[in-house]
Structures are given as C-alpha cells and as structure tokens.
Design a binder for this molecule. Structure first.
Ligand SMILES: Nc1nc2c(ncn2[C@@H]2O[C@H](COP(=O)(O)OP(=O)(O)OP(=O)(O)O)[C@@H](O)[C@H]2O)c(=O)[nH]1
Ligand SMILES: [Mg+2]
Length: 288
C-alpha cells in the first residue's frame, strides 16, 4: 500500500483547482477565469486498490497585501510543510522564468513534478521548449504535460505520482472525498458565481458565510450572507430591482443542488463589513 500528501502549487490562474477536480473526478474546488479564486487549502482524496493520495489545492502564490492574503499564503505554507510530493503547475502561456523563480523560492525538500498545463492552447514547439527548460531545474524530478480542462494527460500524471508516493497505510476511509464540511463547499459555490457575475474589485472584496443549512423533508434550506467591504458595492451586487442577486442565487442554487443531489431553497443576504480583509476576528469568523 502506498499513501501520501501530494500538494499543488503555482501562480494564480495556472489551473490548480481545475487539476484537483480532474484528478478526483468531482468538482471540489471552484474555478474561475480570474486570478486569486482559491483562498483555502482544499483536500481531495483519491483512493485506489493499493494507494491513497491526498491531494491539496492551494491558493496561487502572491505577495500578500492584506491579512486575507497572509492567511492564503499560510495555507500554501502548511501544504509545503506536509507534502510528500509537490506538483508545480505552470500555465504554458505564463513567463516560464518567473514560474521557475517561484518554484525555486519554495525550497522544496520533496520530489517535485513540474506540470505544464493548458497544452490545448499552444503548439508542440512551445511545449517542447517548456519541457526542456524545466527538465534541467534541480527541483524537478519529472515533467508532465497536461490539459486540466480537457482532462488530457491525467492518467500519465497519476503514474508518475504513484512512482514517487511513499509506502504507507491510508489516512482516510476509502469513501471520503474531502475533509471539509458540506457547508464549506456550499459557500464556495456561491463565491464562485460572484467571480463570474461581477467585475473589478467586487469578487476580491466579497466573501460568503453560510449561516443556515437545514435538511428538511423535501429540500435543503440554506441561508448565506454575502459580505462586502463598501456600502456602494451593495447596490452593484443587488443590481437594478435586485436583478443581479437573483441571477446569482439561481446560478448558485443549481450548482449546489447538483453538488448535494437534493433540491435546495437558497436565501442570500448582503452585508457590509468595512475592511474585513484586514480584520483578524472577522477573517476567523468567515473561515480564514
Ligand atoms: N485552455 C485551458 N484552460 C484551462 C486549463 N486549466 C485551467 N484552465 C482555465 O484557467 C482558468 C483558471 O483555472 P483555475 O483552476 O481556477 O486556476 P487556479 O490555479 O486554481 O487559480 P487560483 O485559484 O486563482 O490560484 C479557468 O478559466 C480555467 O478554466 C487548461 O488545461 N486549458
Ligand atoms: Mg484555484
């Protein structure tokens, strides 16, 4: 039996969360075209006949500007501390040298696989160049080329991971997919829709707190607060005559219903908490 922690690191938007979902075969982590979507460490457990891999998706590596960012980078640090294998993922369109600097700065003590992602959007020439570049870096045990979005190269990647995974007994029951509570995933699905529906600073100034989660006979009743930083953002999130929040509620509800496999009644409330991203107590309350 083999088991261990395989943690995913990379710049914002590289495709870490898309990769976690592709590896697990379920949507555990939210994904968006915008940077800094993920704010937590999200574990996804993959159990096979003779192995258990605990993958961790992490927030994209950035220079912290707020306490919230610091919490996000603590999630990266904790994942660096317990990794048995590191997956260093790079968007093929990104500056490779810059990615290399970030990977080097991690000072990894465990074997790392460099994953060249988004192979679906470039020519082979660019892929070969990137392979060549990373193969020679001292932290790099192997290079894998994938498209996390199109789920290409995932089986080959799994083989490389299994070869590097230490011997050991499983850490979790084999029907567990994650260690996080359902409430967490519900809040994240709402937050994901905020990333798609609103522009500029709104997704970055917003968080979601699930206040109520009640399993009733015919449906699950969920109430959640959308926390914003400024009074002026409230109007934008609500939209004319409440049009935008209605759309947000509909989109989020559909995803939550799919996630839970049950009918959902979802209520959303918008609240303003100035500077919550720099407030230790509020960050704690909101799960950071
Ligand atoms: N074309 C293409 N797009 C991809 C691929 N993988 C991810 N994406 C897209 O890249 C964007 C970012 O993906 P995420 O998985 O959210 O990236 P992330 O690294 O988790 O980003 P943060 O959480 O912000 O650090 C999304 O629009 C994805 O659909 C891929 O293989 N090919
Ligand atoms: Mg992410």
């Amino acid at each position: 039996m083999k088991s261990g922690f395989v943690n995913i690191f990379g710049k914002p938007n590289a495709g870490k969360s898309t990769l976690l979902n592709a590896l697990i075969g379920e949507k555990l982590a939210i994904v968006s075209p915008k940077v800094q979507t993920t704010r937590h460490r999200i574990k996804g457990i993959l159990t096979g006949d003779d192995y258990q891999i605990i993958f961790s998706d992490t927030p994209g590596i950035i220079e912290p500007k707020y306490k919230l960012h610091e919490k996000m980078m603590q999630a990266v640090k904790s994942s660096l501390d317990d990794a048995d294998v590191a997956l260093l993922i790079v968007d093929i369109k990104d500056d490779l040298q810059e990615a290399n600097e970030i990977f080097t700065s991690l000072k990894l003590k465990v074997p790392a696989i460099v994953i060249i992602n988004k192979a679906d959007i470039v020519k082979d020439e660019a892929i070969n160049k990137a392979k060549e570049f990373f193969q020679h870096q001292h932290y790099c045990k192997a290079v894998a080329v994938i498209s996390a979005l199109k789920k290409k190269g995932i089986d080959e990647l799994l083989k490389i991971i299994l070869a590097l995974l230490p011997d050991g007994a499983p850490f979790y029951e084999d029907d567990n997919l994650s260690d996080l509570p359902t409430k967490f995933f519900v809040g994240e699905l709402i937050r994901e829709k905020i990333f798609y529906l609103y522009q500029d600073e709104i997704p970055y100034h917003a968080t979601v707190l699930v206040q109520e989660f009640k399993e009733k006979h015919t449906l699950v009743k969920i109430a959640a607060d959308i926390i914003l930083q400024r009074e002026t953002q409230k109007g934008i999130v609500l939209g004319e005559g409440g049009k935008m929040i209605k759309e947000l509620g509909t989109q989020a509800r559909k995803d939550i219903e799919q996630f839970l496999g049950r009918k959902v009644f979802l209520e959303l409330f918008v609240k303003v908490r100035p500077k919550w991203r720099d407030n230790e107590l509020q960050l704690k309350e909101y799960g950071y």
